[in-house]
Each structure stands twice: as structure tokens, then as C-alpha cells.
Design a protein around this ligand. Structure first.
Ligand code: ADP
Ligand code: MG
Length: 585
């Protein structure tokens, strides 16, 4: 064959193939455009993993009517003017290829209105050709709908995976960007179901919680921003006790751009050196910031690979920061019994406890709401085990010294002083006790003397009806009793002190905010709210006996060091630290 120029449709399809590998690539490109357009809220809708439909709705600045057609032309971009601009790119897009590529291999509809224009534009394309273009009323912002993806590239179509797999890839993309831009709100609907939503609170922990669930999220170590070799590094990494079977849980962002870099992944894994079992990998989300001219983002059509001017420096910065965070984390809960003190601590504590008793006689009944897991024999053997302290997170036996500010308990352990936040610690205790009861199906409940009739606002009534079983399992027995009205027959025992009506309404309100969560996460959120309400407040004076009981129950917790919301329950100041502070070492 002699050399010929490819016809434009063929060239377009080839180029499109580089940008649009699968439905998730479409979502990525569209989200990047929305982010570049300053959108604060982005809603992604997909049907059948994006095979049938992908839609991204944003409230960004939109496209002026006169430029809508141009936006779909290859190499048409508003983000670059000169070749020189390529050296300092601050937007996510810059190649002017995405819309053209997507349109080349799908049916695309865009409805957009520029903020400064009174009316919007709707354009439809099929396989790259414009089929309609008209003025249309629309709110400011842009909605892009992509249907029949790969309809004209049968090879690609064949390589698409099951809708569930494609949907998972899409969710990956959306959650990653939600993490990178915590001030903006993202939501993802898959086949009509809300599967992810970020609040835009600016707190990345909120996003992590939704990505990985409470259990993993609370085990993540926060890396505060640190600069090495001109690279600012921050993020979240898993404690060595949490690991995964592959390295795909290590994620990087460079100046807000999600990138893949196997060498940097290796830097993270290397930092865990020996801390992880063979063949296991950490979870990490690492943000890198550096001057844009130090990184070339124009390496690959998907912009997911970058080239660093000084790759070694970046590698070393990542490795150092991650290692530093791991070491620091291991030092804080320095729970290993200190060799010299350990043997006699048990004895010493006993003696001290005895002494404490004489000074502070137990007065009356304990005021602490109690779930009392231990008095009842466990129904299933597993529960007992789950309440025994385990692993490196276990607390040593502590001796209560006193209370500060009616909010913090001061305690002594084999390795120094512990300051314990009474509210957070109590939340943790109640949470684990309630979870254990939940597994057994025997959450203690308080029957009300008279059932209370409660009329709820309609949205809460619908929610109460939908969640009746879940609420019942946690101690709220609700019986429908006329329109929007229920009879409340019992409440969880730990909430028996409060006003049952108010308690139920408050919980339903908080549950309303957790609509996006799926079953188990929803239940955990509900249990957290219950425990938060029931836990002793800051500012409440506690007797010695109450504090001792609290500490004893905390010692039995699986994760005594954090409250169910992931905040620390205690600060530990080691004997060593004390000595150093006093200049004794
Ligand atoms: P690039 O993002 O690399 O510039 P694209 O093909 O993705 O190229 O988009 C082309 C142009 O269309 C962008 O430069 C931008 O001006 C405009 N555009 C695309 N999507 C949006 C959007 N959601 N909001 C506002 N403008 C957009
Ligand atoms: Mg783009």
C-alpha cells in the first residue's frame, strides 16, 4: 500500500481511542471540564455502567453560544493560547481533545448556558457530526449527555466489561475527584440509585469515610503538609494493620490532578517496608503540590501520566513523608510495655487502686448509661472475643487519677499519662457495646409505660416507615398509627433518660442526612448517632467510681483510641516525654 493521509473520521476514531478507553474515561473528562469551569456542584448519572447513558450536570460558567460548536472541534480549547502556556498548566484540561473524542464515538447532547448570556444552547452530535444546534432556555452551567458509547467502534464495545465493573470504575473516578476537591459537591447516581455523595464541607475525612467506610477511614493516618525538595506532600495512609491485596489503593494527585505513577506507588510501598505482611499493600491517598513548571502534564492523551523534572526528588519526598508519618504514628500510642516498668505495674496499680477506693467511696448508683455486655453470657461465642482487647491497639490497664474541667479523665498507665476525653471515650464504648448487641439481635430496650403517639413531618414519616425494621432492631419499636403518625413503644435502653419523642425525631433527622449510605453503613451511622446522644457530655463531673468504670469498659474496646467518628479519645504522654519536658533526660 502506498502512503495516504487517513480520512478525518478514521483519524478521529484513532485519536478518540486514546482518550476514551471506557465509560469511566468519559466521566473523568467531563468532570475535569466541569471543575475547570469552576463548578461547585457536579452530578453524575450513569445507566448500565455508562454503556447506556452518562450524564454530567454542572453549575460552572458554561460556554458562550458562539463557541459551542467550536468546543467539539479537535484541538479547540479555551485553556491554552501559546506553546509556552504548556509549561505552566493550572487547569485539568488543555489538549482540547476530550469533547471531540467523546463525540466521535458516541451520541452526545450538550445543553449549556454561559453565566453572562440570557439563553443557552443545545447541540447534538452523532459520531462527531452535528445533527442539531439550537438556542434553548437553560440554567447557567453545562449538562453533557453521552449515549450509545462506542456505537461505531465495535472492537471497543466488545472490550467493555460487565455494567457493574464499569460502574465501579466510574465510582472510582468520582470519589477520587471528590477527594481532590473537598470544597465542591459531587454526587453519583447509578441506575437511579444514589451511590455516592460528597458534602463539599472541605473535610477530606468526610469523603474518605464514604469511600472506605468508617472502619477503614478511622484507621487512616493523616499526613500533615510537609515540604521536601520543593515538593509539598500531604494526605492519608492506612495504618500497617489495614492492608489490601493489590496496589490499586495507592492514589496520587499532582496539583489536583489524579495521576498514575508506578514509581511513586513503589515509594509508598517501600516506606511501609516490613510493616506489612508479604504480598499486601497499603491504602494511601497522597497529594503532591509543586510549581506547575516542574511537572510536564502533556505526556499522554488521558493526562493521567506526568513527567517530573526531578523524579528522584519527588520519589524521595514521598517516601520520606510516608515513612515519617508511620514512625510518628507508631510512637504516639507507645503501648509496648516498657521493659523496666512492666513487671511490677499490675501490682502497683492494684495497690494504687486500693488507695483510691478508700479516698473516694462509691456514691449511689452510677450515672453512666450502660449497655452492660459482660453481665449477660454472650449468645454467640464470637462476641466475647470481639470485646477482648486485641492487637496493638489494646489499652493497658489504667489507673484513674482524677478529672480535669469536668471533661477529661486523667489516668496513669505503665508508660505514662493518659488524658481521656470522657465524651469521646464513652461514645466509643457505647458504640462497640451496641454493635455487639446488634450482632446478637439483643439490643437492650426500655419499654415505655404508655406508648407515645408521634406525628412526624411527611418526609420523616416516610423515612420512619422505610427504616422501621432497622429502628426496631436498635430498640425503637414503632407502629404505624394513622397518617404520618406512629406509636412508639420502646426506646434503646441507653436513651431511656431523654425525651423519647425528641430523641426519635432527632435521629430521623440525622438519618435523613445519611440517605446516600447503603444498608450497613446506614445502620452504623444510626448507631453512632444513638451513642453520641447517650454518651456522657463534656462538663459533667464524674465520681472516681464512674471514671474507673468507664476506663474498665474502654480497656475492653477493640479500637479504644478513637471515637466512632474517628476523633481521638485520648492523648498519651509517655514517661519518657514527661522526663524530657522536665529536662531530666
Ligand atoms: P480541554 O478541556 O482540554 O480544553 P475539551 O475538549 O475537554 O478540551 O473541552 C473544550 C472546551 O470546551 C474547553 O476548553 C472549555 O472551554 C469548553 N468546555 C467543555 N466543557 C465545559 C463545561 N462543562 N463548562 C464550561 N466549558 C466547557
Ligand atoms: Mg477537557
Amino acid at each position: 500500500m502506498s502512503i495516504r493521509l487517513l480520512p478525518p473520521e478514521v483519524a478521529d476514531k484513532i485519536a478518540a481511542g486514546e482518550v476514551v478507553e471506557r465509560p469511566a474515561s468519559v466521566v473523568k473528562e467531563l468532570l475535569e471540564n466541569s471543575l475547570d469551569a469552576g463548578a461547585m456542584e457536579m452530578r453524575v448519572e450513569v445507566v448500565e455502567g455508562g454503556r447506556r447513558l452518562i450524564r454530567v450536570i454542572d453549575d460552572g460558567h458554561g460556554i458562550p453560544a458562539a463557541e459551542v460548536k467550536l468546543a467539539f472541534a479537535r484541538h479547540a480549547t479555551s485553556k491554552l493560547q501559546t506553546a509556552d502556556d504548556l509549561n505552566r498548566i493550572t487547569t485539568l484540561g488543555f489538549r482540547g481533545e476530550a469533547l471531540a473524542s467523546i463525540a466521535a464515538v458516541a451520541h452526545v447532547t450538550m445543553l449549556t448556558r454561559h453565566v453572562d448570556e440570557p439563553i443557552g444552547t443545545q447541540i447534538r452530535l452523532r459520531g462527531g457530526a452535528i445533527v442539531s444546534h439550537e438556542r434553548r432556555g437553560a440554567p447557567p452551567g453545562t449538562t453533557v449527555t453521552v449515549e450509545h458509547l462506542f456505537f461505531n467502534t465495535p472492537a471497543r464495545l466488545k472490550f467493555m466489561r460487565r455494567p457493574a465493573t464499569e460502574a465501579a470504575h466510574i465510582q472510582n473516578v468520582v470519589t477520587r475527584y471528590a477527594l481532590a476537591f473537598p470544597q465542591r459537591r459531587f454526587s453519583l447516581l447509578s441506575d437511579g440509585r444514589l451511590v455516592f455523595q460528597s458534602t463539599g464541607s472541605g473535610d477530606r475525612r468526610d469523603v474518605l469515610l464514604k469511600m472506605y467506610g468508617v472502619d477503614v477511614a478511622r484507621e487512616m493516618i493523616t499526613i500533615e503538609p510537609r515540604e521536601h525538595y520543593g515538593v509539598r506532600v500531604y494526605g492519608y495512609i492506612s495504618q500497617p494493620s489495614v492492608h489490601r491485596a493489590n496496589r490499586s489503593y495507592v492514589t496520587f494527585f499532582v496539583n489536583g490532578r489524579w495521576i498514575h505513577d508506578s514509581s511513586l506507588s513503589y515509594a509508598v510501598i517501600q516506606a511501609y517496608h516490613t510493616l506489612l505482611p508479604q504480598g499486601r499493600f497499603p491504602i494511601a491517598v497522597i497529594f503532591l503540590e509543586m510549581p506547575p513548571e516542574k511537572v510536564d502534564v502533556n505526556v499522554h492523551p488521558t493526562k493521567a501520566e506526568v513527567r517530573f523534572q526531578d523524579a528522584r526528588a519527588v520519589f524521595r519526598a514521598v517516601e520520606r513523608v510516608v515513612r515519617g508519618a508511620l514512625v510518628a504514628h507508631a510512637e504516639v500510642p507507645s503501648i509496648r510495655p516498657l521493659d523496666s516498668h512492666a513487671p511490677d505495674w499490675a501490682e502497683r496499680r492494684q495497690a494504687l487502686l486500693q488507695a483510691g477506693r478508700e479516698e473516694a467511696p462509691v456514691q449511689g448508683e452510677l450515672a453512666l448509661p450502660h449497655l452492660d455486655v459482660e453481665r449477660k453470657p454472650p449468645l454467640t461465642p464470637g462476641i466475647e472475643a470481639s470485646h477482648a482487647p486485641r492487637g496493638e491497639d489494646a489499652l493497658p490497664a489504667l489507673r484513674v487519677v482524677g478529672q480535669i474541667g469536668a471533661s477529661y479523665i486523667v489516668a496513669e498507665g505503665p508508660e505514662g499519662m493518659y488524658l481521656i476525653d470522657q465524651h469521646a471515650a464513652h461514645e466509643r464504648i457505647l458504640y462497640e457495646e451496641m454493635m455487639a448487641h446488634r450482632v446478637n439481635g439483643d439490643v437492650p430496650r426500655q419499654q415505655l409505660l404508655e406508648p407515645i403517639s408521634i406525628t412526624l413531618p411527611p418526609t420523616l414519616a416516610v423515612l420512619a416507615e422505610a427504616e422501621r425494621d432497622r429502628l426496631a432492631a436498635l430498640g425503637f419499636d414503632l407502629e404505624p398509627f394513622g397518617p404520618n403518625t406512629f406509636l412508639l413503644r420502646s426506646v434503646p435502653a441507653i436513651l431511656s433518660r431523654g425525651d423519647p419523642r425528641q430523641t426519635l425525631e432527632d435521629l430521623l433527622h440525622s438519618l435523613e442526612g445519611e440517605r446516600h449510605l447503603v444498608d450497613q453503613a446506614k445502620e452504623e451511622a444510626l448507631i453512632r448517632s444513638i451513642c453520641k446522644r447517650a454518651a456522657v457530655k463534656a462538663g459533667q463531673p464524674l465520681s472516681m467510681a464512674e471514671m474507673e468504670e468507664m476506663i474498665r469498659r474502654l480497656e475492653r474496646c477493640r479500637s479504644p483510641r478513637t471515637c466512632p467518628h474517628g476523633r481521638p479519645t485520648m492523648i498519651h504522654i509517655s514517661t519518657h516525654q514527661l522526663a524530657r519536658e522536665f529536662g531530666r533526660r
